[in-house]
Design a protein around this ligand. Structure first.
Ligand code: M6R
Length: 361
């Protein structure tokens, strides 16, 4: 049941501290600065230099987040919309790992992509929530995100657990192949260990319902970010459109002046996602849209509050490692989408035309 929540989506948003604890359980040795995944022996990824992610929807955004991290570790990481990859697979070689990211493990586009990769001789790995799902039978190896069952059509807790599981996988790949900076790894792992508690703090203190109440019913909603925050911006927009039926788009902050800025008016709120010192450049993009009259909502770590004072609305998240901050920012955006859809009276758990798992292309 819904355990007293009006919708499964809200219940699942609130389950994230626990689901993330399950995702992390037994996998992080914070003091040693090491990740242990029982599925993969040390050295299992020694000859991996390239990672190709295939996925759809929210899972695709989790993959984009992970690819940005892997790229920063010196690997070649690309994301492909699985439906596109199925029609036109990317070239692979002996050092390529193809990773299917799929909550359900049943998505037709993703299955087709992984079959094409396998037929071409690629090593394949499934990152999924469902033990025994089709994707686990099709891939050489599997990593489970352990988020627990998700009923709402809108993917929420599974996105958070996908990002965390992919971060752990990425650390294992990087450690085996390019090598990792132990101190940097410790700081990331400390951020991950704190994540369940930090998500709880966001859930306890969020003013997302007020932001949604102030801004629902506008012409369109835009979401901006760079690096992993770009993936969060895309995910924020997908969730918003999926359950509120309002027009929402996510953009790379750098793309703004190359077209999207023409859409901005005083009736198009813009959400800016900032994860740390490295993506503060997004602030100038947000000031640009604000100068055009757009209400600006900034989601940023609380320690950067003085840098984002200009925002019309601030949704702070606890200070943490920047690669973890995106997950916290996304929780704020989940709540904004939920409350906007609720204000509009939408059938939140079963949005029109959509199914939980898309098993036909
Ligand atoms: O089960 P999968 O993760 O493969 O599903 C992929 C998408 O269909 C899914 O994430 C979809 O975009 C969600 N409804 C988004 O909330």
């Amino acid at each position: 049941g819904k355990s007293g929540y009006p919708h499964f989506m809200l219940k699942e948003i609130h389950e994230q501290p626990e689901s993330l604890r399950q995702t992390l359980h037994g996998r992080v040795e914070e003091m040693a600065g090491r990740v242990t995944l029982e599925e993969f022996d040390r050295g299992a990824f020694a000859d991996i230099e390239r990672v190709q992610f295939v996925s759809m929807g929210t899972s695709h955004h989790a993959a984009m987040y992970a690819a940005a991290q892997l790229t920063a570790r010196g690997l070649t990481a690309n994301t492909y919309m699985a439906g596109e990859y199925a029609d036109c697979p990317a070239p692979i070689d002996d050092s390529t790992l193809v990773v299917a990211v799929t909550q359900s493990g049943e998505t037709a586009d993703t299955m087709n992509a992984i079959r094409r990769a396998r037929d071409a001789g690629a090593r394949t790995l499934a990152v999924t929530n469902v033990v025994g799902s089709s994707v686990t039978r099709e891939c050489d190896e599997s990593l489970f995100i352990r988020a627990g069952p998700e009923i709402g059509v809108a993917a929420t807790k599974t996105f958070s657990s996908q990002v965390v599981a992919l971060t752990l996988l990425g650390e294992r790949i990087a450690e085996d192949s390019t090598g990792v900076q132990r101190a940097e790894m410790r700081s990331l792992l400390s951020g991950l260990s704190d994540l369940p508690g930090d998500v709880q703090q966001v859930l306890d203190e969020s003013t997302a319902a007020d932001v949604a109440e102030a801004l629902y019913g506008c012409d369109a909603y835009f979401f901006l970010g760079r690096g992993p925050a770009h993936a969060v911006a895309l995910e924020g927009a997908l969730k918003f459109k999926e359950i509120s039926y309002e027009h929402a788009e996510g953009f790379a902050a750098s793309e703004l002046k190359h077209g999207p800025l023409a859409l901005v008016t005083d009736n198009t709120p813009v959400f800016g996602v900032i994860t740390g010192e490295d993506d503060l450049k997004t602030i100038s993009n947000l000031k640009e849209v604000q100068a055009r009259g757009a209400p600006v909502v900034v989601v940023a770590p609380a320690n950067l509050a003085d840098k984002v004072e200009f925002a019309d609305y601030l949704l702070p998240v606890p200070e943490t490692h920047p690669e973890v901050a995106g997950v916290l920012a996304n929780v704020q955006l989940q709540l904004v989408s939920y409350h906007a859809a609720d204000q509009l009276g939408r059938p939140i758990d079963k949005p029109r035309n959509l199914a939980k798992s898309v098993t036909v292309e």
